[in-house]
Design a protein around this ligand. Sequence first.
Ligand code: ADP
Ligand code: MG
Length: 602
Amino acid sequence: MPKIKKLSDNEAKKIAAGEVVDRPSNVVKELIENSVDAGATDISIYLNEAGKNLIKIIDNGCGMSFDDAILCFEHHATSKINSIEDLNSLKTFGFRGEALSSISAISKIKLITKEPQSEIGSHLELNDGKILFHKKISCSTGTQLEISDLFYNVPARLKFLKKTETELRQTFLLFQAFCLSNLNIHFKLFHEGIEIYNCPPVSDLSSRISQLWDYNFAQNIIFFSESEQSINLEISGGISSHNFSRFNKNQIFLFVNGRWVKNYNLIKSILKGYMNVLQEGRFPAAFIFINLPSNQLDVNVHPKKEEVHFISTKKIEQFLQNLVKKNLENYLSKQLNKKIEFHDEKIKNNFIPATQTTLDIEQIPFFEPTDSFNAENHLITQNNLNIEWGSFPEKIEEKKLNVDFVDIENNLKVIGQFKLTYILIEKDDGLFLMDQHAAHERILYELFSKRFHEVATVPLIFPIIITLKESEIQFIEDYFEIFHLNGIDIERFSKDQLVIKTIPVHIKDIKMEELINQIIIWVEENQNLEKNDFFKIINEKIRAQMACKAAVKAGDPLSKEQIVQLIQNLERAENNFTCPHGRPTGWLLSAFEIEKKFKRKF
Ligand code: ADP
Ligand code: MG
């Protein structure tokens, strides 16, 4: 075994740097934290190539003295704590004294800084962790830090840097997070000299959300502030209403004592609160601020300080879940009531509350709608009444078609459709119940997969134009081949628009915009996979999604011919037991089981 050697300080720093900074957005995060800790009220960030080439940050914070301007690049040099005990009363983001030292080991640095009480500031430049020069300079109070050529001296890391667009999105997220949790600070973000965000101080969260996204989005947020005395817990913030959803969790922001954190369990609690409100695969926006005494948590569990541990984890999760659920319910019932304005007291007294779910026709007051009634309200006028007329005799007549027996090969008899969802089939050995959606989904999925290279397509007479963010288009452009393989001919139309010219025959009726947005998210989530795995996974997902969207739905009445086709095609399918998402396509209630229930067999 070779002799043990101690690594030089600089090499050790380079290796350690990987723990704190492995991508430009980490550097941006550390620098913004430092500016906020320095009490800045104005922070501007300038990036080139998403920060790979240059990250420049200018703040008007407390600045550093001539000596501190050098000291701050030493390992474990911090002005924020003296001992580990201080973590219990920590008020700053930083405390490890590692960020600047790590960053200086893997980049070229220029620092200009001045304290308010000094006449003169300092200008320092470092390369590879070594000081090139340090001199006095006349400048304004605050700190300006330029980090260029990130990882220029660590080629192994350089190789792993993500595409500019990916990196930029990550930086946008953290920028948004800082803006959300520091309403009093004026934040600006520039990329390649272009202003991306300009967010002056605001007095409330709603205004910040409007600045970062848009006014309409902010109108869809339900705000709250609640506390749980027993553990001194306070949770405030906002969640999106049932009217809004996204394909990913990127708009769920969690802050613990002002620090943006990632916590899988807390996100799960939020999503549980949304149960039955959002469709599967859709996610809300949430801006959750959790405040609790610092001795109730540990922030020192992650090198990048992205995670925290709580003492009363379960209690917090439960509280959050209930809070989300309660606020959504309150909002929903308020919305339903809000849409009805009454001019006439008599009518008001006759009003049936929106929460009443079982409506007896006899009880419903009949009256003419006045101008103030909103047509969207389903509970008031007879015309808009939310009643299923399915039990009426005429309706049964209409469906007679499906109640007939149909003889087809293999000795099957189709009894009919149950709840317009399941096809009931009499077989020699029992009653087979087939889920029409799951079955059709499986059939289409196999069809799409088999015709991998010859998907039947139709050119669109009116091509579909889809507007996306410019960065999203730049990102997805490299992956157009995947769309192609699945029968979707797509091209860039303008800087923020795509045009779809051809689509597979079977998906004529599906919303392409939704599908494209969903594909972008899958590509993003899986882009780090090895090429073959990546193609396999993305293709499977696209086909499953196309099959799901194009398949008949639960609730669709089917003709005799359609039912026969479904049964025959499902029999031919290779994997006919489950739909592409793993749900069963059908199951057999054996004759023996049925007879046992009726006590004919024991
Ligand atoms: P930490 O933030 O954990 O203390 P850093 O390496 O990020 O460690 O920073 C080291 C020190 O440099 C800080 O403790 C602070 O005193 C000083 N410093 C860094 N950035 C700034 C800034 N923008 N303004 C004033 N002081 C700063
Ligand atoms: Mg710091």
